[in-house]
Design a protein around this ligand. Structure first.
Ligand SMILES: NC(=O)c1ccc[n+]([C@@H]2O[C@H](COP(=O)([O-])OP(=O)(O)OC[C@H]3O[C@@H](n4cnc5c(N)ncnc54)[C@H](OP(=O)(O)O)[C@@H]3O)[C@@H](O)[C@H]2O)c1
Length: 335
């Protein structure tokens, strides 16, 4: 790979900070790295490869001379600035939901559908973090036995709602333990010592169907990435007081027989998947085990005897790493 000029949009956020770590860890060939965020972060400094870089305010002229833009500053910023970047000749890899379902924008998980990148017209979308964790495991099983239906319940960490949400959980937990009042600004209900069956902070996240936006993304994005509209996905997405990593309880119905042993064998050789599945030693994936790791971890693989060809799985993946920053950098590497 020849070195590229890369700009990070949203460099001070949870995903932005992880992007910096991953570019460093994977020795991404950089000619220059430009960091941007909102006006309030202008002048902040960040250490990268032993150098001190200054964060700039994102502006329309930020993209001149940039080859690749890694966007993670929210959907509104991506809607406004991705076309500006493309016009300036910069290819955008977008972590937000702004462009994912646009028919002209490939939605890519490199282990699943890397070839879709070839059709890009300047913007490539990163799927939702819960969808990425799921499809990395689902795709190799789908290829062998065609999944007809996927019922998934997510247990999503607070870092999925950004850096300030993580702070809110920590501060609220401290307040609860000290018997003090806490004024929330991010979550609609207490997140300390609680589970909230709603991802997204506003009531508008509920669609007329009864599903939230997050759940709707899982339904639509899974079909788009697998290039198979026939896969029926029924999600319930829950915010839990975990710092990092999304866990998912997954029930799959297939068109053909597939045993738990066969699924384990398929998954052991699947790219981006790590099988941790030994009930005799109480070994299965945990958020605390998976934080900072690249793969989608899977365990508790067992037959579902209540349907003809069914499996239960437990998947855990790092929402900030594979669910966002790592996937974006893998796409940039493919570019
Ligand atoms: N967290 C996850 O697990 C995850 C996973 C997949 C996708 N995503 C998506 O990635 C995006 C970022 O998520 P995050 O968790 O990193 O959020 P975050 O921690 O809240 O960070 C947001 C970033 O966007 C910047 N920003 C906000 N408004 C801006 C503006 N008007 N102009 C320029 N920069 C602006 C912020 O800069 P300041 O610091 O200056 O405000 C900050 O750098 C979201 O769209 C999210 O849905 C997140």
């Amino acid at each position: 790979m020849s070195p590229r000029n890369v700009i990070i949009v949203g460099s001070t956020g949870a995903v932005g900070q992880e992007l910096l770590r991953i570019l460093e860890q994977r020795e991404f060939p950089l000619k220059n790295l430009k960091l941007t965020a909102s006006a309030k972060s202008r002048g902040r400094t960040v250490k990268f490869r032993g150098e001190t870089l200054k964060v700039e305010e994102l502006k329309a002229d930020s993209f001149a001379g940039q080859d690749i833009g890694l966007f993670s500053a929210g959907g509104a910023v991506s809607k406004e600035f991705a076309p500006v970047a493309v016009k300036a000749g910069c290819v955008v890899v977008d972590n937000t939901s702004a462009w994912r379902m646009d028919p002209d924008v490939p939605l890519v998980v490199p282990e699943v559908n890397a070839k879709a990148i070839a059709g890009h017209r300047g913007i490539i979308a990163n799927p939702n973090c819960s969808t990425i964790g799921l499809v990395v495991v689902l795709k190799p099983l789908h290829d062998k036995a065609r999944c007809r239906r996927c019922v998934v319940t997510t247990f999503q960490s607070v870092s999925g709602a950004g850096a300030r949400a993580l702070e809110e959980m920590i501060e609220e937990s401290k307040a609860v333990l000290a018997g003090k009042e806490y004024r929330r600004t991010i979550f609609p209900h207490p997140i300390a010592f609680n589970c909230i069956p709603q991802i997204g902070q506003k009531k508008e996240t509920f669609q007329p169907s009864g599903y939230t936006d997050e759940e709707t993304k899982m339904i639509q994005e899974t079909k788009k990435i697998l290039e198979d509209d026939t896969v029926r996905v029924a999600p319930t997405c829950v915010r839990v007081p975990v710092m990092r990593c999304h866990s998912e309880s997954v029930n799959l119905e297939f068109s053909k027989p597939i045993s738990a042993d066969r699924a384990r064998e398929i998954l052991r050789s699947a790219p981006g998947v790590r099988v941790v599945d030994d009930p005799s030693k109480m070994e299965y994936p945990l958020a605390t085990m998976v934080a900072g790791k690249d793969e989608s971890f899977v365990g508790r693989i067992r037959q579902d005897p209540t349907v003809e060809y069914g499996l239960h799985l437990w998947i855990v993946s790092d929402n900030i790493r594979k669910g966002a920053a790592l996937n974006a950098v893998q796409i940039a590497e493919l570019l």
